[in-house]
Design a protein around this ligand. Structure first.
Ligand code: UGA
Length: 438
């Protein structure tokens, strides 16, 4: 099938390449010439494991092209909208300008029978508003909403073999049938593999996405709240998580206590959800998300407190090695990254922060050029008074405390991801601080 993908960021680039390898004929559209040039060369414009290989594989089929010319979408039967919906400056709400711009550009290109498919995370009610726009355009195209659940770092796998599909279909049966038929064809491979499919309306599809992210954020903040209680009572939150996680109804995943969640999705999605619920007069229904957000941000402050404590409350001029800048491993994304935030806060306290990350330094530098970045782990920890782990890349996670000891000035470690075995680090002479662990 001929498909267009509008917006070639973390979501769209992977989606376009995955669809091409599945046999579709795909054109990706974006406004960023640097990104387009990389994609045309078959290079990933950001770090995503497996994406370079996928782009090469898709490129070799001759079925994947990239352009800034919106008219190239003509002739495609399905048009995916995969642009970003960041947090609006000075507000909790989502900024829909890129979604609206994409629709405005797309509308004149549409023909009868075309299916526009929204994938961006949007406030509930957006699809209905955009469907009216599509109808007013008079092309005879229809709109569906098909939220995306891919995780950065696993985006290729999640795109090729999603764990579920959700099709939010238009209210009119004829339009719904057009959209469903097209989407079934797009995802024929996944559906043949018995991927669960939920056929629903726009509002449910939009809410599935934000409620999934709100649930994940709540789960993380729940365990981080338990970490706070553990810190006051001498309990160990990692053991607590193991023990409650054995209950199949609870499950151990996303019970990793630490410096908390970040990224381009969870933080802004819970805030956007609160803002939309307020607009709908249902603010109280998700008021708990304010606590989820607050608990999450308190954990960053706690990591900084640990460092300051280990520096005898005199951080000024002390050397602090910050391991990690990305919001999580296997990603170069620093949007709302707890790791970067910790580095910035410590620098603000006058510490000589040396921050490192295997993939995210360039993105971090673009946001915070004032920080001192070190390309290698060895350079970052050399002469450090405290070492802080904030993004659990394997190369930091599996450090040997005996091997690191001669590199630092003082054996102080703050384990912002509860990745280390405290007994092992203490036995090697380190003063160890985790989150929610004695
Ligand atoms: C998240 C969702 O997991 C995806 O399903 C969704 O599609 C995506 O947002 C999106 O809306 O596009 P992602 O932002 O890639 O995916 O990252 P996650 O793997 O969810 O991690 C989010 C944050 O939570 C990271 O900072 C991670 O370090 C943190 N986290 C995760 C914890 O602090 N503890 C945990 O136990 C798990």
């Amino acid at each position: 099938m001929r498909i267009s993908v509008i917006g070639c960021g973390y979501l769209g680039a992977v989606h376009a390449a995955a669809l091409a390898t599945l046999g579709h004929d795909v054109v990706g559209v974006d406004v960023d010439p640097v990104k387009l040039a990389a994609l045309r060369r078959g290079e990933a414009p950001f770090f995503e494991p497996g994406l370079p290989e996928l782009l090469v594989e898709a490129g070799a089929t001759g079925r994947l092209t990239f352009t800034d010319d919106i008219s190239a979408v003509r002739g495609a039967r399905v048009h995916f909208i995969t642009v970003g919906t960041p947090q609006l400056k000075g507000s909790n709400a989502a900024d829909l300008r890129y979604v609206d711009a994409a629709f405005d550009q797309l509308l004149p290109q549409l023909s009868a029978g075309d299916v526009v498919v929204g994938k961006s995370t949007v406030p509930v009610g957006t699809a209905a508003r955009l469907a009216a726009k599509v109808a007013d355009g008079g092309s005879g195209a229809v709109l569906a909403w098909n939220p995306e659940f891919l995780r950065e770092g696993f985006a290729v796998k999640d795109s090729l073999t999603p764990d579920r599909l959700v099709f939010g279909l238009p209210p009119r049966p004829e339009a719904a049938s057009t959209a469903e038929t097209a989407l079934r064809e797009v995802y024929a491979a996944a559906l043949a593999d018995d991927t669960p499919l939920v056929l629903t309306d726009y509002a449910t599809a939009e809410l599935v996405k934000v409620s999934a992210n709100a649930f994940l954020a709540t789960k993380i903040s729940f365990i981080n709240a338990m970490a706070e209680i553990a810190e006051t009572t001498g309990a160990d939150v990692t053991q607590l998580a193991d023990a409650i996680g054995f209950d199949g109804r609870i499950g151990r995943r996303f019970l990793g206590a630490g410096v908390g969640f970040g990224g381009g999705c969870l933080p802004k999605d819970i805030r956007g959800f609160m803002a939309r619920a307020e607009e709908l007069g249902r603010g109280e229904s998700v008021a708990f998300l304010k606590e989820v957000d607050a608990i999450n941000l308190r954990r960053r402050a706690k990591v900084v407190d640990h460092v300051v404590d280990l520096l005898d409350h005199e951080p000024y001029g002390k050397t602090v090695a910050v391991l990690g800048l990305a919001f999580k491993p296997h990603s170069d994304d620093v949007r709302d990254s707890p790791a970067l935030d910790v580095a910035v806060r410590l620098t603000g306290l006058g510490a000589r922060v040396r921050a490192t990350d295997p993939e995210a330094i360039a993105n971090a530098r673009a946001l915070h050029p004032q920080l001192d970045y070190r390309a290698s782990f060895e350079e970052a920890v050399a002469g450090a008074d405290v070492m802080v782990l904030v993004t659990e890349w394997d190369q930091y996670r599996y450090l040997d405390p005996d091997a690191v000891a001669p590199l630092v000035a003082a054996r102080n470690v703050v384990d912002g991801r509860n990745s280390y075995d405290p007994a092992r680090w203490r036995a090697a002479g380190w003063t160890y601080r985790g989150l929610g662990r004695p």
